[in-house]
Design a protein around this ligand. Sequence first.
Ligand code: UGA
Length: 436
Amino acid sequence: MKIAMIGTGYVGLVSGVCFSDFGHEVVCVDKDPRKIDMLNRGEVPIYEPGLEDLLAKNVAAGRLTFTLDLAQAVADADAVFIAVGTPTRRGDGHADLTYVMAAAEEIAQAAKDYVVIVTKSTVPVGTNRQVQQVVAKANPGLDFDVASNPEFLREGAAIDDFMKPDRVVVGVQSDRAAEVMSDIYRPLYLRDFPIVITDLESAEMIKYAANAFLATKITFINEIAALCEKVGADIKQVSKGMGMDNRIGNKFLHAGPGYGGSCFPKDTRALARMGQDHAVPMQITETVIKVNDETKRRMVDKLLDMCDGSFNGKTITILGVTFKPNTDDMRDAPSLTIIPSLVGGGARVHVVDPQGRHEGEALLPGVTWNDDPYDAARNADLLVILTEWNEFRALDLTRLAGSMAKARLADLRNIYTAQDARRAGFEAYDSIGRKQ
Ligand code: UGA
């Protein structure tokens, strides 16, 4: 199969590289010459474990190329995937479809024979029908179908998620398009990974419903964690006991400082907006958004308590600023709520993150960046674990405690225990949803 992938952002690049690894001929297109230059040099503009090697392998095999020339990439493609950004539109919370519709129009003008135009970007229900109209208008003679193929990969685990998905969701309106999509994903269903074929609207809705449900699950456990702290229960034990019920499942029940990232915040907002538009308020999702914001702010109160009620003049060391480990992504990260409050309150803030500095420097003014947790913690009044990078899971706590001005540890990802901290010489330890 010949595939054109429009957009080399996170989803586009991972999908393009993985499709080429299935044996398809893939051309990835982007408007940004800098990105295309980098990719042509074999450099990956995002941090994703394993992606650079897989890209190099498929470029070497002659199956994967990168270009600025959309028309040429589309001209002889069997399927064209739209994987451009759909940011939250300023002001009204809608997903901004400008890039999707612009891509649809360009594809329409460049396509020659029958082609399936597939939306991989997360788009509100009804968008594929709109894409269909835009394409039909731009090129009335074109023989084409549209398809919706939402992506469920997680940053940091993207290749595995793509290659071993729980399911692939494909929304179509013709058997012909279903056949093309089945051919594209044949390597997966030959290995028994299920493909769910639905209509266009259902596929679009599955993506929003799945992300909002996962965001709800996290927010629910965060709220239970807050109550655990008051009543003396331990959220780790509670999550374990709940998760062993197969109807609940043990995933996404880790309490923390609130969810962030490029997907849950954006998709929950867009779902809430969709509900308002159709006079079916998404009350649960709206509450999840609110509670998640409160969760992030509650972390500031927790740190304030540990600093005896004032950040002024305190030195605080933060380990991890990205929204989760194994990514350099800072979008809607809890650190963006927490750290400005510390700086604003007069604290000197030292920050360590294995990948976050590049993006973080502009977003977190007034902090000092360090590469080494031990250097960063020297003479600090408080050490905060904000993102659970593996590098922070086996720290020499005794060494850290010994070098701090006040040995206090706020473990906002529950990767240590009060006992670990006490044994290492910390005078104070706080975590999420646990007895201290
Ligand atoms: C999420 C979904 O998990 C993917 O299935 C989906 O494809 C993707 O959004 C998307 O829509 O493109 P991602 O945002 O990369 O993936 O990250 P997650 O691993 O889901 O984590 C999201 C946030 O939830 C992070 O801030 C993480 O720290 C937090 N989280 C996750 C928790 O606080 N507790 C948990 O138990 C799990």
